[in-house]
Design a protein. Structure first.
Length: 357
């Protein structure tokens, strides 16, 4: 009978002893699944430090998986390779396989949705391809009448009807982006490539920034195409639910050239940094959650506070959160400031990326 059980934390032999956790126990050469193993009992362990192992959960990296972990973070050992059990609760990988499987399932679902969406776009392409030079109508009655390309006018009709882009100039800008060959028309391949690549993001941004442009214009009471502090405060209060003090602090951040006013370009650049204007509410929530996690009101989060924030509010597991803390504690003060937290969020793609974790 084995002296060790799944879940045990152990110290294993090496040039330098390493901490690990047993995630699976395998009886070697006892079935087709374990034919690559020799005789005896093998323990699949997850090393406490990423990259210190030799496996991703497969024995000698041959299928099947017995557990899952990042590349070279697991290992298979026998009892003779284990020095002792240890009482160290600072790491726990018992749920990591399920987390990896869930993340893959989510990616697969996203891929399937994107594939279905692209298929639907192909049908729409044919609807608006009326033959290029022909006038009137959005679809010829005969297949041979279609030239398998969208002219600029056909694209504009498509953009207005299907994408709800009413600004013709913005529709033309998208057309020129998608027309990679520069021949003044979009082939089916260019149409597909545009929507399979960054096309949808470009369209979303145009829609999103249409509302943003209106909000900025409404706040710009003197019509000088930039916002003074008081104008910016009103915009931030209405669009982002910030209080006056928070809005004034944000104004300093957004005013990139320090000229005492915020231009539309400066404002949209900042909105890009947080992942888009649809994340204003998420940004507000992020500030609130950071402050709530700051139990001692120091304006900084220590490791315990930071890990609790990412676990409870943003669905990170403890070990992911610990790795993030170490990575973004740029001044090595063993605390994370709101500025460091915001810089990390910008790096991963804005609060939208954080919220979708």
């Amino acid at each position: 009978m084995s002296d060790y059980a799944v879940g045990d934390r152990v110290e294993i032999k090496g040039a330098k002893p390493k901490k690990a956790q047993i995630l699976v126990i395998v009886e070697g050469n006892s079935s087709a699944k374990t034919k690559h193993f020799g005789e005896g009992t093998f323990y699949g362990v997850r090393l406490a430090v990423d990259g210190e192992g030799t496996s991703d959960g497969r024995y000698k990296n041959q299928d099947p998986f017995f557990f899952k972990c990042p590349k070279n973070s697991g290992k298979f050992v026998q009892a003779k390779d284990i020095i002792k059990k240890i009482d160290d609760t600072s790491f726990d990988f018992t749920n990591e396989t399920a987390e990896i499987d869930a993340a893959k399932a989510k990616d697969d679902e996203k891929y399937d949705k994107e594939k279905a969406k692209t298929s639907a776009l192909m049908t729409i392409f044919k609807k608006y391809d009326d033959g290029g030079a022909k006038a009137g109508g959005y679809g010829g009655n005969k297949a041979e009448e279609k030239d398998q390309a969208l002219s600029q006018d056909e694209w504009i009709a498509f953009a207005k009807a299907e994408l709800q882009i009413d600004d013709e100039a913005e529709a033309i800008q998208l057309f020129r982006t998608a027309d990679v060959s520069g021949n003044g028309s979009l082939s089916l391949a260019e149409f597909d490539a545009f929507f399979s690549g960054g096309g949808r993001q470009a369209i979303d941004k145009i829609k999103q920034y249409g509302a943003l442009k209106k909000a900025f214009k409404d706040a710009d009471k003197d019509g000088n195409a930039s916002l003074e502090v008081d104008e910016f405060v009103k915009l931030a209060q209405s669009a982002m639910s910030l209080n006056e003090q928070e809005a004034k602090i944000l104004f300093i951040t957004v005013d990139a050239n320090d000229n005492g006013s915020v231009s539309y370009d400066e404002f949209t650049a900042y909105v890009d940094d947080i992942g888009g204007s649809d994340n204003f509410d998420v940004y507000r929530k992020m500030i609130d959650e950071f402050k709530a996690a700051d139990k001692d009101n120091s304006g900084q989060l220590d490791a315990k506070e930071f890990v609790a924030l990412l676990k409870d509010k943003f669905k990170y597991n403890k070990f992911q959160a610990q790795r993030v803390f170490v990575a973004i504690d740029s001044d090595k003060s063993e605390t994370v400031s709101l500025a460091e937290f915001e810089a990390w969020i910008k790096k991963i793609g804005g609060v939208k990326a954080l919220n979708k974790k």
